[in-house]
Design a protein around this ligand. Sequence first.
Ligand SMILES: *[C@@H]1O[C@H](CO)[C@@H](O)[C@H](O)[C@H]1NC(C)=O
Ligand SMILES: *[C@@H]1O[C@H](CO)[C@@H](O)[C@H](O)[C@H]1NC(C)=O
Ligand SMILES: *[C@@H]1O[C@H](CO)[C@@H](O)[C@H](O)[C@H]1NC(C)=O
Ligand SMILES: *[C@H]1O[C@H](CO)[C@@H](O)[C@H](O)[C@H]1NC(C)=O
Length: 545
Amino acid sequence: MMEKRLAMKTTPWCSVFLVLLLLSPLEVHAKKHRDIKGPIKTVVVVVMENRSFDHMLGWLKKLNPEIDGLTGTESNPTNTTDPNARRVFVSDNAEFVDPDPGHSFQAIREQIFGQNDTSAVPPPMNGFVQQALTMEYEKGFEERVMSGFRPEVVPVYTALAMEFALFDKWFAAAPTSTQPNRLYVHSATSYGAMSNVRADLVHGFPQKPIFSSLSDAGLSWGVYYQNIPATLFFQDLRKLKNVVKFKDYSMFFKLHAKMGLLPNYAVVEQRYFDLNLFPANDDHPSHDVAEGQKFIKEVYETLRASPQWKDMLLLITYDEHGGFYDHVPTPVTNVPNPDGLTGPSPYYFAFDRLGVRVPTIAISPWINKGTVVHEPNGPTPDSQYEHSSVAATVKKIFGLDNFLTRRDKWAGTFEEVFSQRTEPRDDCPTELPVPPWSLRHVPVNENRPLTEFQQELVQLASQLNGDHVLEDYPNLGKRMNVKQANDYVTDAVARFIREGEKQLKAGINESTILQLKSVRQVFEESPSTGRSERFSRSSLLHQSS
Ligand SMILES: *[C@@H]1O[C@H](CO)[C@@H](O)[C@H](O)[C@H]1NC(C)=O
Ligand SMILES: *[C@@H]1O[C@H](CO)[C@@H](O)[C@H](O)[C@H]1NC(C)=O
Ligand SMILES: *[C@@H]1O[C@H](CO)[C@@H](O)[C@H](O)[C@H]1NC(C)=O
Ligand SMILES: *[C@H]1O[C@H](CO)[C@@H](O)[C@H](O)[C@H]1NC(C)=O
């Protein structure tokens, strides 16, 4: 009797569940598509690393004079206070740049203003050469920061810029390094961070990211990552329900695109570590820009072939200018501080001016061929396109309820770019040109020490796997080479995501922020000694899966 009642009760629920399970992705998508008014239902965002607009795309002006690019007359003096100083002119011979130009807050201040005094409006953009000379790298480094790529050396961008919309007034959100700018892309603030080093942020950055606004509105999102997703810097994304939205790029990106299962907002992250078999493709110096070109080509062609292409916007931007010259003055007037937070001593930066101009391309079949986007029309007279424009535009096209900060409320939006047509184009290329096989003159060196951003990624990994409790945190990355760091972060992310899936299945509150216990700490606490750390580590990893 009892058994029968139970069986009767459970059968309908089981079948409802089964039906939901089978239908859910498509059903959910169909519903959302009806709710979204404009033509764009899927936004894919790629953030590349450390190159200015003029360095990557300035010479495109030769192909389209409407683009605010380089003419060849632009130059910077070797000494901004000496009128007779030698001048270094822009060139078109950029290929492989190593080492990395200066991009700390002080370095960028000198590049933009030529000096420490930041009162000039507009800033003269004349200190790039002088700053490069202070870095005391090899001879001629000052010429490298003034160099740009010929359009044929970056054929993938050249094709995309000529075919879709190129922004020639899009700026980094803050005149500082990678991580703060990456945070701005998805949350319109860096929560006061001015540099890549915030070792104290063990639990991640607490501000609300756009991902959370999308979830509130019942929209879907996901992150396709390669070695480690930098988006895990956000605390909110470490919640169990969000951890499962991180997908391995090689396994899932093409599959989801092909099956029409890409979420409404998808972030595609690149490889940040340069390995022999898997070279980095984020364009960060010294990484090979040819690899970045191959990556963008693959992403575009994958999306172009997707059944979702006709509803799609792909946005490619760069976190910051990486120390390379750009001639367009950085906006310095009436830029709002996002959230009242200022940077740490000694500068106490108020986040009241933008960074240097960076390349940004918007790609969609709803965009007319050969569009060049200059300044935005509002929402205020001083509004600009900057990284917060991503969140601002996403809010607009998906009808989200709230702004994230004062910055995305101020930033220009670009929905007009895909509101000019009554139907999508059917002439978008299915294939892009093949980039040069390689632009580098030296082999990959897996034994290199880590860049600042890579060290930060190791810190992030150690927050995920619990190693932040160890004494050598936050200096773990200082002793690792690129190969070791890649292994370390890959391992940490795999364990983190596996554990997240497990806890969610076990019914733990989905809003719990996932925190793992360090394997090394577990081993130190355990009395069973005599085994090598390596062995205990992998066996524990095995146990936890
Ligand atoms: C730059 O020029 C100024 C004025 O001529 C001079 O005082 C200063 O020493 C120069 N700086 C360098 C680094 O040569
Ligand atoms: C600019 O400030 C830096 C410290 O941030 C200092 O080392 C440098 O001497 C200053 N330069 C000038 C020209 O005052
Ligand atoms: C899960 O955790 C959140 C945040 O701590 C809390 O608000 C919520 O009530 C919890 N849900 C359940 C079902 O316990
Ligand atoms: C990208 O490059 C460096 C090196 O990782 C990183 O520290 C920085 O934050 C980013 N920006 C620049 C200009 O390098």
